[in-house]
Design a protein around this ligand. Structure first.
Ligand code: TMP
Length: 217
């Protein structure tokens, strides 16, 4: 019998963090580490990543629908995610491409769950419905005190609908993320994002090196 070895599937890596955690620079850094390791990488983001997803992102982040119901917000996040998975993420993984995504479902648990107060069960139901058994293989959580993050984010442009929330909301989001990391330490690696960029990158180096070694590819 001839056994045809299936091409290795791509891995799904997500990066999460509160406002001002330095996601953009660190995502670019992670992408470069993966490419140096010989991986083909698709970089994408949520909410967004497809034309429809980006249109939903505008509805979610813009100020036109400021009083949006929490359930609507959650459903729009998952509508964008369903589109993103079907059109972009799953096809890439099937082709052996590594997907590096700026936020994913942990953000729904942190922002809509811990932040807005929606139940874990409600979000977990949508997660099962939209993703089946798909979960990220590795998640880096860029964690830093809310105060520091808000100061950093404040130096940037016009705040979006989430960035306009009060400090108390971001404290809940941070606690929500840390709870996920405590529950799933194998998947979610916490990076202390408060020091200077080189020190953050050195933590990322260690995490990525261990992860790539653990795959033994
Ligand atoms: P950002 O990725 O540019 O930081 O902006 C996306 C915003 O959307 C951010 O404030 C977090 C929020 N968000 C949620 O509330 N739930 C989600 O599921 C996702 C993916 C993002």
């Amino acid at each position: 019998m001839t056994v045809i070895k299936a091409k290795t599937k791509g891995r799904f890596i997500t990066v999460e963090g509160g406002e001002g955690a330095g996601k953009s620079s660190n995502l670019a850094y992670i992408q470069s580490l993966l490419e140096v390791a010989g991986k083909q990488v698709l970089f994408t983001r949520e909410p967004g990543g497809t034309p429809l997803g980006e249109a939903i992102r505008e509805l979610l982040l813009g100020h036109k629908h400021t009083g949006m119901a929490d359930d609507t917000e959650l459903l729009l996040m998952f509508a964008a995610r369903a589109e993103h998975l079907q059109q972009k993420i799953l096809p890439a993984l099937e082709q052996g491409i590594w997907v590096l995504c700026d936020r994913f479902t942990d953000a729904s648990f942190a922002y809509q769950g811990a932040g807005r107060g929606l139940s874990r069960e409600k979000i977990a139901n949508l997660e099962r419905f939209v993703q089946g058994s798909l979960r990220p293989d590795l998640t880096l959580l860029l964690d830093l005190p809310v105060e520091t993050g808000l100061q950093r984010a404040g130096q940037r442009s016009e705040p979006d609908r989430f960035e306009s929330e009060q400090r108390d909301f971001f404290e809940k989001v941070r606690a929500g993320y840390l709870q996920i990391a405590a529950r799933e330490p194998d998947r979610v690696k916490v990076v202390d994002a408060s020091p200077a960029l080189e020190s953050v990158q050195s933590q990322i180096d260690t995490i990525m090196r261990h992860y790539l070694e653990s795959l033994g590819e």
